[in-house]
Design a protein around this ligand. Structure first.
Ligand SMILES: NC(=O)C1=CN([C@@H]2O[C@H](COP(=O)(O)OP(=O)(O)OC[C@H]3O[C@@H](n4cnc5c(N)ncnc54)[C@H](O)[C@@H]3O)[C@@H](O)[C@H]2O)C=CC1
Ligand SMILES: O=C([O-])CC(=O)C(=O)O
Length: 329
């Protein structure tokens, strides 16, 4: 039986992340090796020519699963029939800039995109916001997308999750594949909280294996939380290939499920779990099955974790208040 291609809209398609992302989508890594895709690339008018160049290269790969590429500079067209939307296009943070500075600049992008998704995307649309500040941009798009279930809007903290996996594996001399149940809580920002208290390394509690609270507080957490800035300092540009890889992981897991006994981290609208105000798009531990995710419930949160989760969630509340004042939600 021939499968109907899945329409994947990618905004910011001509940017650095777009360049690292599109070839992996087209080669089957986003949805699976048997799922044909059609790409809908959305750019601003100045980005269209470069997107056309990328589309030429995609053609030149002769990917068996790639059933078409269309390029748009109008969100209403770009999201027409979209089953998956990867909202990457945004203004990247430059040296010395904090995410708060970006709220106003990026708000204007995500509100019209949310409206276009509501009006034109497929009924089963799933959205991942990558463009920073990702959680609050996702909130802006979600609140503009009247009629689309809120839970379809997610924000990317999988890059933070993957960063934390490697830091923990390196510290403990284990492999990333030995580590399960790691969690990123809160905002994709320097306040995020990578939590190893429920994580396991080859079946043993990770915090007990590490047994070094000073390393947790002074090395692990800041290394993970400030990795984006460290990459910018080193590369002179923000993470691109690793961000694209995390976007692939996020959607693949959402669609195809988490492994038995494991979970992942996603920024999702809070249902009030763990004291996170309802509606904030915050990172949680989630399991995925049959194309749906659920927030993992009933984890014990110790004092060390509680203070850090609250700090990051407070930042999200402040960002929400700021965009509310700007009339963006
Ligand atoms: N959530 C996460 O873990 C991460 C998020 N990011 C964020 O991802 C975003 C993209 O990063 P890069 O690709 O490196 O930036 P980039 O500047 O290379 O590319 C952004 C692209 O978006 C396009 N664009 C701008 N406004 C648009 C609009 N309204 N519609 C469609 N396209 C639009 C630009 O023309 C440009 O081609 C940034 O906001 C960056 O901070 C980056 C790394 C990790
Ligand atoms: O920090 C940035 O602007 C880029 C980013 O989100 C990351 O690498 O985590």
């Amino acid at each position: 039986m021939t499968r109907t291609p899945v329409n994947v809209t990618v905004t910011g398609a001509a940017g650095q992340i777009g360049y690292a992302l599109l070839f992996r989508i087209a080669s089957g890594h986003l949805l699976g090796a048997d799922v044909p895709v059609k790409l809908r690339l959305l750019e601003i008018p100045q980005g269209v020519k470069a997107a056309e160049g990328t589309a030429m290269e995609l053609d030149d790969c002769a990917f068996p699963l790639l059933k078409g590429i269309d390029i748009f500079d109008n969100p209403n067209k770009g999201f027409e029939g979209a089953n998956i939307g990867l909202l990457v296009g945004a203004r990247p943070r430059g040296p010395g800039m904090e995410r708060g500075d970006l709220l106003a600049a990026n708000g204007g992008i995500f509100k019209p995109q949310g409206e276009a998704i509501a009006a034109h995307a497929a009924d089963d649309v799933k959205i991942l916001v990558v463009g920073n500040p990702a959680n609050t941009n996702a909130l802006i798009a979600q609140s503009a997308a009247k009629g689309v279930p809120a839970e379809r809007f997610t924000a990317m903290t999988r890059l933070d999750h993957n960063r934390a996996l490697t830091q923990l594996a390196q510290k403990t001399g284990s492999s990333v594949t030995d580590i399960k149940r790691l969690t990123i809580w809160g905002n994709h920002s320097a306040t995020q909280y990578p939590d190893i208290f429920h994580a396991e390394i080859a079946g043993k509690n990770a915090a007990e294996v590490v047994n070094d609270e000073a390393w947790l507080a002074d090395t692990f957490i800041p290394t993970v939380a400030k990795r984006g800035a460290a990459i910018i300092d080193a590369r002179g540009a923000s993470s691109a290939a690793s961000a694209a890889n995390a976007a692939i992981d996020h959607v693949y897991t959402w669609v195809n499920g988490t492994a038995e006994g494991d979970w992942t981290s996603m920024g999702v609208p809070s249902d009030g779990s763990y004291g996170v105000p309802e509606g904030l798009i915050s990172s949680f531990p989630v399991t995925c099955k049959d194309g749906k995710y659920e927030i993992v419930q009933n984890l014990d949160i110790n004092e060390f974790s509680r203070a850090r989760i609250d700090a990051s969630v407070n930042e999200l509340s402040e960002e929400r208040d700021a965009v509310r004042e700007l009339g963006l939600i």
